[in-house]
Write a protein that binds this ligand. Structure first.
Ligand code: FAD
Length: 395
């Protein structure tokens, strides 16, 4: 049998890619290091640039049942809940961009994507330790000493990607920030349940974002704080609820109710990497955080992973001479042309956003708040939410 396409990692990027390839009749094998599928207990925001692609994959009905459609995004002042700026989402988002804005539990998104991939194509407990490019493909080496040959390897193995080593010798960059994440029963914060929304409180040196997940039963929050020593980016590092409460002890009563209401929290340091010069060689392609890990301050890492998946599948599906393996170098080139500039822009924007978000009270903060209010119109997101990553790559 001729070697096929291999995907390293069964996270959001890897599963979305396997599903997108399958839709074009291009089956792939997925190799995941974890023995069991696992996701952190936290939410993720999905914007129309990704939800229109998820709907195309056939997930509209499922997402409609488990995800929440927030009515708006709000920026609030840290001390008193004053609303600085509000961007209407809900039906207006669907009217402008033809697809909804969702907030969803990460495990629900993962399960939805996994439902599109045949289980016999996902190999769990297979940790890749090296990816070596050959003249007409690439070879995966696993921790157990075994190997697998593929005509194309897609590295979807996250910020510590092994596949990325085939393209660059860089390392993750520590941001000096850490994040606590937790889930609060919606009954603990009834004032937030009345209208589902993404709410961000901006304060000196820190911010907190929260939104409903699991059809509104839970509120997911992420609290970003200074982190003087490099921490772990592990999804499972236990944080301490006491430290979190202390960090937000002077914030508004609503913020305090959120951080007090979490039965448990986890903490990890935030890392990213700089944009790569190229996202692929002719036989190794990177998708998701393996390609462009970004700080979470544009809420686009998972959205871009889904864009990557649909874009790469479309590039590989372009008609050409002969079998797909002959078209791979050209498809990989087209993929990096389409995806490189957009994902680099978002990596930079996520870094840049943090400068303004954590200002101390004063003139610069007041001027920021005026700017946020003036730029809250949903139309201003057209470059981001209106983009069709698949359409750009289809013939
Ligand atoms: P990962 O989720 O890291 O998955 C990689 C997979 O590869 C894992 O299953 C891992 O086990 C596997 N793997 C790793 N190494 C190997 C190996 N050597 N061999 C085999 N398998 C391997 N994004 C948004 O779009 N919206 C948001 O609201 C948002 N909020 C965020 C909030 C926080 C606090 C953080 C930290 C991130 C947030 N993100 C958000 C970013 C988003 O979570 C990531 O961009 C996304 O999870 C990346 O998915 P991935 O599949 O590329 O990588």
């Amino acid at each position: 049998m001729l070697p096929g396409i291999a995907v390293v990692g069964a996270g959001i990027a890897g599963l979305a890619l396997a599903a997108a390839l399958d839709r074009h009749g291009l089956p792939a094998l997925v190799f995941e290091q974890a023995a069991e599928p696992a996701e952190v207990g936290a939410g993720v925001q999905l914007a129309p640039n990704a939800t229109r692609l998820l709907h195309r994959l056939g997930l509209a009905e499922r997402l409609g049942e488990i995800a929440v459609r927030p009515a708006a995004t709000e920026f609030r002042r840290w001390a008193d809940d004053h609303v600085i700026a509000r961007t209407v989402l809900g039906e207006e988002c669907e009217r402008q961009y033809g697809a909804p804005y969702y907030t969803i539990h990460r495990a629900d998104l993962r399960d939805a994507l996994a439902s599109l991939v045949r289980t016999e194509r996902v190999y769990l407990g297979r940790r890749v330790v090296a990816v070596r490019e050959t003249a007409d493909g690439a070879v995966l080496s696993f921790a157990d000493g075994s190997r697998h040959s593929a005509c194309l390897v897609a590295g979807a193995d996250g910020i510590r990607s092994v596949a990325r080593q085939a393209l660059a010798a860089d390392e993750p960059v520590f941001s000096g920030l850490g994040v606590y994440r937790g889930l609060v029963p919606a009954t603990e914060v009834p004032e937030l349940a009345a209208e589902p929304a993404v709410r961000l409180w901006l304060g000196p040196g820190s911010h907190l974002v929260c939104y409903p997940v699991q059809a509104g039963r839970l509120v997911s929050f992420a609290a970003t704080v200074p982190c003087p020593v490099p921490g772990t980016e592990s999804w499972t590092a236990e944080g301490t609820a006491r430290d979190l409460r202390h960090a937000f002890r002077n914030w508004s009563p609503t913020v305090r109710r959120i951080v007090d209401g979490a039965p448990s929290v986890r903490h990890w340091g935030l890392y990213d990497r700089g944009p790569l010069r190229r996202l692929s060689t002719s036989r190794v392609v990177l998708v998701g955080d393996a390609a462009h890990p970004m700080l979470p301050f544009a809420a686009q890492g998972a959205n871009q992973a889904i864009e990557d998946a649909m874009a790469l599948a479309a590039c590989l599906a372009r008609p050409g001479t002969g079998a797909v393996r002959a078209r791979i170098p050209e498809a990989a080139g087209r993929y990096r042309e389409c995806r490189g500039p957009r994902t680099a822009r978002l990596q930079q924007q996520a870094r840049w956003n943090i400068g303004g978000m954590h200002l101390p009270d004063g003139a610069a903060q007041r001027s920021r708040d005026v700017g946020l209010a003036a730029s809250a119109d949903l139309h201003r997101q057209a470059w981001l939410y209106g983009h069709d990553a698949e359409g750009e790559c289809l013939p």
